[in-house]
Design a protein around this ligand. Structure first.
Ligand code: NAD
Ligand code: UGA
Length: 466
C-alpha cells in the first residue's frame, strides 16, 4: 500500500519548524514537505545559501532536499490546502501585556494558525501542535476550527511537542530519546496518531514513540523543561555553597551524578541558564498553577527562575568586586554571547544580564562571539529591557570578529558561552595583550584554571575557590 499521506505543511520556519521539517523531508523522500512563514525575509533566507539559523548538520540536509521534497514558501494558502498534516510551529512567547503579563504564554500566533487553517481547508486535516503550549491549548484550537467548519471537513488535533535542544537539533531529531504524541481517545483520534506515527516510524523505532492523551502530552513538555531547568538551578545553588566553603562543584556534580538514580547530565554549574524556552515555559507553568489555585506548586517552580536570576547577578557582582569594586571606565572582554555553544541564538542569554550589569557600573565592553551577528548583539544590548539610553550603550560596546583583537588593552576576560575555541586559545599571547593585573572570569568552567594561573592570570570561576 502507498503511504497514507503525501503532503505535509508546517507553519513557522523558525528554530523548530526549519530543522524538524528538514529531517522529515530527509527521512521521508516520498512525502512533500512545505514550510511557510509570515516573514518574507526568513523564507528568502531559507531559500538562500545563508540559512537564517545555525545548527550543525542542518545546511547539508537543506541543500540535499530543498527543491526536491522540501520547500520554503510564503504561500500558506496553497500549502495548507494541499497538505494532509499541518504542523503548527510558531512562537509562543511570554505575554508582554494584559492578563498574565510577564508570565502566561501568548497564544495569539497559534490561534492565528487555527483561524488560517479554518479559513482555507476544504478537506480533512490532521493539525499537529508542535509549539510549546499550556495544558488544554488543543481545546482552544479545536474550538476555533469547529466554529468555522465547512461541510465535509473534519479535523483531528494532535499534541506532538518538540524536545530538540539548540546546537544539537539535527542529532536530537535523527536519534531522539523519545517522540511524544498525544491525541484523543476516540477512533478518529487514534487513527490520526497512527498516521503521524507512520511518519516518525520511517526512522525511529516503535519503542521510542510514546502515545498518550492530549493533556498528558502538553503537560509533559512543560514538565520536561521545568525539571531540566530545576537541575541547573539546583547545582547552581550548590555552586554558591562551594565558593563559600572550599568544596568544588564539579567534584560534587560528579559524585552525585554517579548515583544512577540522579544521573550525570544537566549538572553543569554555570553563569545561569538561558535560551528561549526554559524561563518562558517555567513562567507559563507557574501561571497555570496559580490559575488552578495551586499557589504552593506555583511558588515551588518560581524558585527555579529566582535561583537563575540570583546566579546571573551573583556572577556579575563577583566580577565587579574582584576588579577592586569598580569597573567604571574599565574595558572588559566578553567571550561568547550566545546562550550556549554551537548556536547563534541569543534569546534570554545570560550574557545579556552580565553585560547589562557591567554597563550599569560604567564598564566598556569588547564583545566576541563566533556565531552571533554584530547587529544582534547591538539590538540585544540596546533594547528597552537593558537600557533607557541606547546611544550611551552603543558608545560603550565594541563588537569583534577576532578574539585576539578583542582582548587588546582590556582588564579582564569574561567567558559567558562555552564555545570550544575558548579552551584552545593561545592564552600566553592573550595575557601579553592585556592590562595587568589581568583577570579571567570563567562563567562556564571550561578553561584550564591552573594553566592560566601559571601564565599570570587571576582566575575566578563558578563553584570553586581558586
Ligand atoms: P521562532 O521564533 O524561531 O519561529 C517561529 C516562526 O513562526 C517565526 O519565523 C514567525 O515568523 C512564524 N510565525 C508566527 N506566526 C505565524 C503565522 N501566523 N503564520 C506563519 N508564520 C508565523 O520560534 P522557535 O524557536 O522555532 O519556537 C517555536 C515553538 O517551539 C515555541 O512554542 C517554542 O516554545 C517551541 N520549542 C522551541 C525549541 C527551541 O529550541 N527553540 C525547542 C522545543 C520547542
Ligand atoms: C532546552 C531543552 O534541553 C530541550 O529539550 C527543549 O526542547 C528546549 O529547551 C525547548 O523547549 O526549547 P535548549 O534551551 O535549546 O533546549 O538548550 P539546553 O541544552 O537545554 O540549554 C539551556 C541552557 O541551560 C543553556 O544556557 C545552557 O548553557 C544551560 N545549561 C545546560 C547549564 O547551565 N548547565 C547544564 O548542565 C545544562
Amino acid at each position: 500500500p502507498g503511504p497514507p499521506i503525501s503532503k505535509i505543511c508546517c507553519i513557522g520556519a523558525g528554530y523548530v519548524g526549519g530543522p524538524t521539517m528538514s529531517v522529515i523531508a530527509l527521512k521521508c523522500p516520498e512525502v512533500q514537505v512545505t514550510i511557510v512563514d509570515v516573514s518574507k525575509e526568513r523564507i528568502s533566507q531559507w531559500n538562500s545559501d545563508k540559512l537564517p539559523i545555525y545548527e550543525p548538520g542542518l545546511e547539508e540536509i537543506v541543500k540535499k532536499c530543498r527543491g526536491k521534497n522540501l520547500f520554503f514558501s510564503t504561500d500558506a494558502k496553497k500549502a495548507i490546502q494541499e497538505a494532509e498534516i499541518i504542523f503548527i510551529s510558531v512562537n509562543t512567547p511570554t505575554k508582554t501585556s494584559g492578563n498574565g503579563k510577564g508570565r502566561a504564554a501568548d497564544l495569539k500566533h497559534v490561534e492565528g494558525c487555527a483561524r488560517l487553517i479554518a479559513g482555507i481547508a476544504t478537506s480533512c486535516k490532521i493539525v499537529v501542535e508542535k509549539s510549546t503550549v499550556p495544558v488544554k491549548a488543543a481545546e482552544s484550537i479545536m474550538q476555533v476550527l469547529k466554529a468555522n467548519n465547512k461541510q465535509g471537513v473534519r479535523y483531528s488535533i494532535l499534541s506532538n511537542p518538540e524536545f530538540l535542544a539548540e546546537g544539537t537539533a539535527i542529532e536530537n531529531l535523527i536519534n531522539p530519546d523519545r517522540v511524544l504524541i498525544g491525541g484523543e481517545e476516540t477512533p478518529e483520534g487514534q487513527k490520526a496518531i497512527e498516521t503521524l506515527c507512520w511518519i516518525y516510524n520511517k526512522w525511529i523505532p516503535k519503542e521510542k514513540i510514546l502515545t498518550t492523551n492530549t493533556w498528558s502530552s502538553e503537560l509533559s513538555k512543560l514538565a520536561a523543561n521545568a525539571m531540566l531547568a530545576q537541575r541547573i538551578s539546583s547545582i547552581n545553588s550548590l555552586s554558591a555553597v562551594c565558593e563559600a566553603t572550599g568544596a568544588d562543584v564539579s567534584e560534587v556534580g560528579r559524585a552525585i551524578g554517579l548515583d544512577s538514580r540522579i544521573g550525570s547530565k544537566f549538572l553543569q554549574a554555570s553563569v545561569g541558564f538561558g535560551g528561549s524556552c526554559f524561563q518562558k515555559d517555567l513562567l507559563n507553568l507557574v501561571y497555570i498553577c496559580e490559575k488552578l489555585n495551586l499557589p504552593e506548586v506555583a511558588q515551588y517552580w518560581q524558585k527555579v527562575i529566582d535561583m537563575n536570576e540570583y546566579q546571573k547577578t551573583r556572577f556579575s557582582q563577583k566580577i565587579i568586586e574582584c576588579l577592586f569594586n569598580t569597573v567604571s571606565e574599565k574595558r572588559l572582554t566578553i567571550f561568547g554571547f550566545a546562550f550556549k555553544k554551537n548556536t547563534g541564538d541569543t534569546r534570554e542569554t545570560p550574557a545579556i544580564t552580565v553585560c547589562k550589569n557591567l554597563l550599569d557600573e560604567g564598564a566598556k565592553l569588547n564583545i566576541y562571539d563566533p556565531k552571533v551577528e554584530k547587529s544582534q548583539i547591538i539590538a540585544d544590548l540596546t533594547s528597552t529591557r537593558v537600557t533607557d539610553n541606547p546611544e550611551e550603550v552603543k558608545k560603550s560596546i565594541e563588537i569583534f570578529t577576532d578574539p585576539y583583537d578583542a582582548v587588546v588593552g582590556t582588564h579582564a576576560i569574561v567567558i559567558c558561552t562555552e564555545w570550544d575555541e575558548f579552551i584552545e586559545m593561545d592564552y600566553d599571547r592573550i595575557y601579553k595583550l592585556m592590562i595587568k593585573p589581568a583577570y579571567l572570569f570563567d562563567g562556564r568552567k571550561i578553561v584550564n584554571h591552573e594553566e592560566l594561573q601559571n601564565v599570570g592570570f587571576h582566575v575566578i570561576t563558578i563553584g570553586k575557590k581558586l
